[in-house]
Design a protein around this ligand. Structure first.
Ligand code: ADP
Ligand code: MG
Length: 395
């Protein structure tokens, strides 16, 4: 259950409120090309403005590796946020030093200031206590609205709360409330559809979900590690060798209940990942040498759709194929449509799954899309997120 204090539980009038957001958004040619994560924080920012707070936003963007990378400056983000809020967002080129301090001093009630990319400072990832204290000294209270970064123990997520009262923002609250429902009392039958490129990032959630769902349907690049573990020859399909043993172990465990972990029965194969590539559909036991599986096949789609038709809850993470290319998008599109047309509670996690839903214009048709990829999976694995743990409990 969600039992953390939120912005509603504290007085923010006139206060300097340091708000950690996750504006790790894609940029192209100096513009934000997907503002989903920015939009998701508007309820918290608008609430703080209405209550007369002085809002200091802090986020990371990309992986600058602890130094200033001009292409990862946050000016395009400030511009996008200004447009969405309808007021000018002030932006400084420093995170904690002179310019930032000066800007905070001049910040009036209801105004919004964006600090420079926190990961320009190597102390952020190292969770350096002195740096965290310096960051904290800019403000009176701390609000964490960065669900997407809650699984990381960095200075701006777990460091600052050592020095300031710390509560959750509305996005953080919404994410945790929605995702908790999957773990606490899901309506059954409850199914998970899991795909994506790497089994390494999903193995935890597969193991965990085997305990709590009626069935898991696998697709995407990661299913080839399982198919190979089963003894199939998978050609050049993506396989993570380090995880073959664990995949074998999982398969052995579910062997007496094959309906529990479903693997594709056919796949779309090609010799290269390109829109021009020649492609064909083959049964999983007939992937030719030199070819790779890039989507689930039509029989698999039909079978997954049939099985999902009686769902009361569906969790989906990870595209079923290389959906960025039309030729290999059918599996992902079919799953997206199945969720969109289902009466079940449908919850989607993962940046690329979210992008896929938007591409098919189905993002409004699911119950909830998490803004956190890694954080969402960690949470569903039952891991307590460090950035959440440090927030104050509600009495
Ligand atoms: P999410 O961000 O939703 O968690 P992932 O990051 O795990 O998803 O995986 C998304 C990526 O996986 C996509 O870029 C997609 O092209 C790739 N992918 C899906 N299926 C395959 C496949 N069969 N082979 C290689 N890559 C794949
Ligand atoms: Mg991804």
């Amino acid at each position: 259950m969600f039992n953390k204090k939120t912005v509603r539980d504290i007085d923010v009038n006139g206060k300097r409120v340091l708000t950690r957001v996750d504006y790790n958004v894609p940029l192209e040619g100096g513009e934000v090309v997907d503002d989903t994560r920015i939009k998701a924080t508007l309820p918290t920012i608008n609430y703080l403005r209405e209550k007369g707070a002085r809002i200091i936003l802090v986020t990371h963007l990309g992986r600058p590796g602890g130094k200033v990378i001009p292409a990862l400056r946050l000016d395009p983000v400030a511009k996008a946020l200004s447009r969405l809020l309808g007021v000018e967002v002030k932006k400084v080129d420093e995170t904690v030093d002179g310019q930032a301090r000066e800007a905070v001093r001049n910040l009036k009630q209801g105004e919004v200031l964006l600090l420079e990319n926190i990961r320009f400072n190597c102390e952020e990832k190292a969770n350096d206590p002195e740096f965290a204290q310096k960051l904290a000294s800019l403000a009176d209270v701390f609000v964490n609205d960065a669900f997407g970064s809650a699984h990381r123990a960095h200075a701006s997520t777990v460091g600052v709360p050592r020095y300031l009262p710390a509560v959750a923002g509305f996005l953080m609250e919404r994410e945790l409330v929605q995702l908790s429902k999957l773990l606490e009392n899901p309506q059954r039958p409850f199914y998970a559809v899991l795909g994506g490129n790497k089994v390494s990032t999903k193995i935890g959630v597969i193991k965990c979900f085997l305990q709590i769902v009626e069935a898991i349907f696998l697709g995407g690049g990661m299913c080839f590690t399982f198919l190979k573990a089963k003894g199939y020859s998978v050609g050049n399909s993506i396989v993570q060798k380090d995880f073959l043993e664990e995949a074998t172990c999982i398969l052995k465990k579910v062997n007496d209940n094959e309906a529990k972990l479903k693997l594709p029965v056919d796949v779309v194969v090609a010799q290269e990942i390109s829109p021009q590539a020649e492609w064909k559909v083959v049964p999983v036991d007939s992937i030719p040498d030199g070819w790779m599986g890039l989507d689930i096949g039509p029989e698999t789609i039909a079978s997954y759709q049939r099985s999902l038709s009686d769902a009361s809850t569906i969790f989906w993470n990870g595209p079923m194929g290389v959906f960025e290319i039309e030729t290999f998008a059918a599996g992902t599109k079919a799953i997206a449509e199945t969720l969109a047309n289902s009466n079940a509670t449908t919850i989607v996690g993962g940046g690329d799954s979210d992008a896929a839903l938007r591409r098919f214009k189905l993002e409004e048709k699911v119950t909830f899309i998490s803004t956190g990829g890694g954080a969402c999976l960690k949470f569903l694995e039952g891991v307590e997120l460090p950035g959440v743990e440090v927030l104050e409990d509600r009495d």
